[in-house]
Design a protein around this ligand. Structure first.
Ligand code: C2E
Ligand code: CA
Ligand code: CA
Length: 610
């Protein structure tokens, strides 16, 4: 135990420089970085001991995970302090930004620690700050002064609070990286069948193509279980998984599992290698169709026979792009399904030409995503009563070589390729940052940011949890409204109410987009836990002039009011439409009459200026 007087503490001027240095060290993920940070902090504040403590499971106490003591760092000191030993201390760290106990053995918040901890170690004063992860306390940074009581100056306390921020950010970053890893693992393999998912399948296919030799060639086969999607709606998503698992087992008896993948909810893909690969592939497809067609049990006791639409791409030799091969096979299977049950379609070179332009766009979209060419623009949502802006809808924009591409063209490409997930998340971060810079929550607590979500983004609980964490990390809770179309809700597979309840539980209100275009029925409005709805442009257009359509809109608005739904009318282009909607009792509207979607800074200048 150090008994010599501690070295004098650093002057305030040194703290600023030190924070920069510590911030840099904190970018290092290795635990050793924490040791360096503790050692440097102890030196700056002139204390003998510094430690990082983490909650024990169930918050039963704290456990020291890194300690600096007597000039050396210990990466696993394994000291624990149970809550029962010092309840007042544990209450204090939950409530305070900084706990400065100048006479720790006497301070009411820390004196319970005196006999069991402080006195045996000779500690006279404590300076503690909480460490958070996404806003929740996960541990404590604790400076322990060995010797008599001592003062903690204002600059010292501020310094330590800033360091708490730096270490909390490090926690956020590591957590996000861990989430991302977990998501990748989940994406690699399909849980129901144990088969590779799409991206891993493509990787393996690419290796197979590269490894062809001699007279060998390769064909890719896509097998699409017909009617499975609609049956899954009836019996639930588990049913689809069970059918796919059974089908995978049957296919596995015909072809090596290493050549097989589940590339979509209802689709398998595989490849065969041989000398005359085309005939081989067609024969193989027939065998697989027959194997899959054997009856399977349905949850209600019925037996179901699945027909399979097959797409074949023969002769992969010379084609380097495995992703394209798979896409061609899927397109062929899709074409087969449109022609009737249980068809086989082979992609001949001529058909490829047609696919070319769609693929080109897809490739361009990938490049644009890498080059960060996508942006959010914001379109104001205004109150019809007083013209005040009450929110903004984020709409994706892409300028391809200086010319805007419609989201209707590129959003589906982003969705199909799965790129929508990272691209959209990156844009959301920029938007949250924008909201934070303009201090929206403080200046305009009633302002809502409407964001459109694709089915894939709602299917995965991991993604929704990541969204919640990101919102917390940026401190923009309560700002977001999720817009989903009905088609999105039903494409999400699971019963729509579950998805919506899940989002609501996470604190995200959901507004039903394009109301009046899909197969929305009024009963959906009543059954689903919705917060609002957006009346499609076509509704407003029709209401303008046609008295019967007008009665429908009026009735709808009435219903929405009773259900406590917030209604936004979309696509308001003329003053006449605005007045009509106002008479009908619509409170919020959006449309070219007010403004198109603007770059966020322009939006702020025009609509958020005081
Ligand atoms: P949406 O969600 O229904 O967005 C409203 C569309 O109406 C936008 O088209 C907007 O520019 C347009 N609009 C607004 N006011 C008027 C008006 O007064 N008259 C007319 N004629 N049109 C108006 P945009 O930007 O082309 O977006 C089209 C669709 O693309 C969106 O429809 C949305 O479904 C999708 N989209 C856009 N951004 C995203 C996104 O980030 N994620 C997803 N999943 N989809 C997005
Ligand atoms: Ca929308
Ligand atoms: Ca809409």
């Amino acid at each position: 135990m150090a008994s010599a007087p501690p070295p004098p503490a650093a002057p305030p001027a040194e703290f600023a420089g030190a924070l920069k240095r510590l911030h840099q060290w904190a970018q290092d993920d290795a635990p050793e970085a924490l040791g360096r940070i503790l050692a440097e902090t102890a030196r700056l504040l002139g204390v003998a001991r510094a430690g990082l403590w983490q909650w024990l499971p169930g918050r039963q106490g704290l456990r020291c995970t890194v300690a600096f003591e007597q000039g050396r760092v210990d990466l696993d000191p394994a000291i624990e302090v149970p809550v029962a030993m010092a309840p007042a201390y544990f209450r204090a760290i939950e409530d305070l930004m900084v706990l400065a106990a100048e006479d720790a053995c006497a301070d009411p918040r820390t004196r319970e620690l005196a006999e069991g901890y402080l006195r045996p170690l000779g500690i006279g004063a404590l300076l503690d700050v909480p460490i958070c992860e996404f806003g929740e306390i996960v541990g404590v940074l604790c400076l322990e002064h060995v010797g008599p009581p001592r003062r903690w100056t204002g600059p010292e306390q501020v310094f330590l609070a800033s360091l708490s921020g730096i270490l909390s950010q490090r926690h956020d970053r590591l957590r996000m990286a861990a989430n991302e890893d977990e998501r990748r693992r989940e994406l690699l393999f399909d849980a129901a069948t144990g088969l590779p998912g799409r991206s891993l399948f493509v990787d393996r296919l690419a290796q197979a193509v590269a490894g062809l030799h001699g007279g060998e060639d390769l064909a890719v086969i896509a097998l699409d279980l017909e009617r499975l999607r609609s049956l899954a709606h009836r019996y639930g998503g588990d049913f689809a998984d069970a059918v796919m698992a059974e089908a995978a087992a049957r296919i596995g008896q015909v072809v090596p599992a290493a050549h097989l993948g589940r590339v979509a909810d209802d689709t398998f893909a595989l490849w065969v290698v041989g000398e005359r690969v085309q005939g081989l592939a067609v024969r193989m497809a027939g065998r697989l169709q027959r194997a899959i067609a054997l009856p399977m049990g349905a949850p209600d006791g019925d037996s179901i026979e699945f027909s399979t639409a097959v797409g074949i791409v023969p002769g992969a030799r010379g084609e380097r792009d495995a992703d394209r091969l798979l896409r061609d096979a899927l397109t062929a299977a899709f074409g087969a399904a449109r022609k009737g049950r249980g068809r086989v379609e082979v992609v001949w070179p001529e058909v490829r030409e047609e696919l070319e332009s769609a693929l080109l766009l897809e490739r361009e979209v990938r490049r644009a995503a890498d080059a960060r060419e996508f942006q959010f623009h914001l379109q104001p949502i205004v109150s019809l009563a007083d013209g005040r802006v009450m929110g903004g809808e984020a709409l994706m924009r892409w300028n391809r070589e200086g010319r805007p591409v419609s989201p209707a063209e590129f959003v589906p490409r982003l969705e199909e390729s799965g790129l929508i997930v990272p691209v959209h998340m990156a844009l959301l971060r920029e938007l949250f940052d924008w909201a934070r810079r303009h201090r929206l929550r403080e200046h305009r607590p009633d302002f809502r940011l409407h964001v459109n979500f694709s089915p894939v983004q709602l299917q995965s609980p991991v993604l929704v949890a990541e969204l919640r964490d990101t919102v917390r990390a940026y401190g923009v809770e309560g700002l977001l409204v999720c817009e989903v179309t009905e088609n999105t809700l039903f494409a999400a597979g699971e019963d729509a109410a579950t998805t919506l309840r899940y989002l609501a539980d996470m604190g995200f209100p959901v507004s039903l987009d394009d109301f009046g275009t899909g197969f929305a029925s009024l009963s959906h409005l009543i059954d689903l836990p919705l917060a609002g709805l957006k009346i499609d442009r076509s509704f407003c257009l029709r209401a303008d002039g046609d008295p019967r359509a007008r009665a429908v809109v009026a009735g709808l608005l009435d219903l929405a009011r009773h259900l406590d739904l917030e209604v936004v009318a979309e696509g308001v282009e003329t003053a006449a439409q605005r007045e009509l909607l106002k008479t009908l009792g619509t409170e919020l509207a959006q449309g070219y009459l007010f403004d198109p979607a603007l770059p966020p800074e322009a939006f702020a200048a025009r609509w958020l200026a005081p």
